[in-house]
Design a binder for this molecule. Structure first.
Ligand code: ATP
Ligand code: MG
Length: 309
């Protein structure tokens, strides 16, 4: 099952992604955490003192791996971030993803993959979505199931909607602080989510008391799933002090359990995944892909390929 943490800059996406990944891992669930933000911070909150090798720096190799011997994709050069799998493509099991050569194991167990920061070559040149494209490609080729957890820390704000990536999840958690700014993106997310049949739940963060919860309820209604309080343990971690999951305040640990329960209860919808993979591929083909690759990318769609296990 795949879950994304989205929200405004600074709302706590990275903190919550990491705490959630650690929480699930501590209960024995296999977890792959993915830093899909170019501003990398997830490794640190997962307790790692170095960054994984950036996926964005190995895009061609990843494409080469995934295209397998799909006859509709003769080379990695014509493969774009939205190129869907077809017969012959190399599909990934959860274990394949966890064993990715660029993943690192973090102290509490989750494996970590990262999109990577801008390289010097990219500045002002390549669109950054081409880097995030590695994550989109991997998720499009992933056949995961219940009891397997892929946790993705997304880029801030509505940038997530600039590609089809936001439709690749079983559940999306919108992290919101109890302020007007904090809930300002909610309406927009709600509309996109509804338009694409994406399951969305709001998780409050840095809550200081009942009036904060009331504020969140007032603005997001029943979409408010749970909330984390402002955490002294998280603050101490950010100050460089040792942090273990057990240091987390019980109410905040409870919130993580609520998130997991919500994800576990989510139904997988492979038909939607398949439909939207094709839809976003066609859209990208028309917008830039055909021109960029000098080919008709619609021909990469295998009408007889069935998404799912
Ligand atoms: N529940 C919490 N209690 C205390 N501090 C928190 C909490 N959640 C997040 N923070 C702090 O808020 C700051 C922003 O959090 P974080 O980096 O997770 O946000 P983000 O949404 O990932 O930001 P960005 O958009 O920059 O990626 C960090 O200093 C983090 O330690
Ligand atoms: Mg972040």
């Amino acid at each position: 099952m795949r879950v994304a943490f989205v929200g405004k800059g600074g709302s706590g996406k990275t903190t919550m992604s990491a705490l959630f990944a650690r929480h699930v891992a501590s209960q024995g669930g296999p977890v792959v955490a993915v830093d899909a933000d170019i501003n990398q911070h997830l490794a640190m909150v997962l307790g790692l003192d170095r960054q994984p090798e950036p996926l964005g720096a190995h895009l061609s190799e990843i494409k080469e791996r995934l295209r397998g011997d799909n006859p509709r994709i003769p080379s990695a050069d014509v493969m774009v971030k939205t190129t869907p799998p077809g017969r012959g493509s190399r599909l990934l099991s959860f274990d394949d993803l966890a064993a990715d050569p660029y993943a690192l194991t973090t102290p509490d167990g989750p494996r970590l993959l990262a999109t990577g920061p801008f390289g010097e070559d990219d500045l002002g040149v390549a669109c950054y979505h081409s880097k995030v494209g590695a994550v989109e490609l991997l998720l499009n080729h992933l056949i995961d199931g219940p009891g397997e957890y892929v946790v993705v820390d997304m880029t801030a704000g509505a940038d997530s909607f600039a590609s089809g990536l936001f439709t690749r999840f079983d559940l999306t958690f919108l992290v919101a602080e109890p302020t007007r700014q904090g809930v300002s993106v909610y309406r927009q997310y709600r509309e996109y989510a509804a338009a694409y049949d994406v399951a969305l739940a709001v998780v409050g963060n840095k809550v200081h008391g009942p009036s904060d919860v009331e504020f969140l309820r007032e603005h997001v209604g029943d979409d408010l799933l749970t909330w984390m309080e402002h955490s002294a343990a998280v603050r101490a971690m950010e100050q460089g002090r040792h942090f273990a999951l057990d240091d987390l305040e019980p109410v905040n640990a409870d919130a993580l359990a609520v998130l997991r329960k919500a994800l576990d209860e989510q139904e997988k919808d492979w038909a939607r995944f398949g439909r939207q993979t094709v839809e976003f591929h066609l859209r990208n083909a028309q917008a830039w892909g055909n021109e960029r690759t000098g080919s008709d990318l619609a021909s990469q769609i295998d009408p007889d390929f069935v998404f799912g296990p």
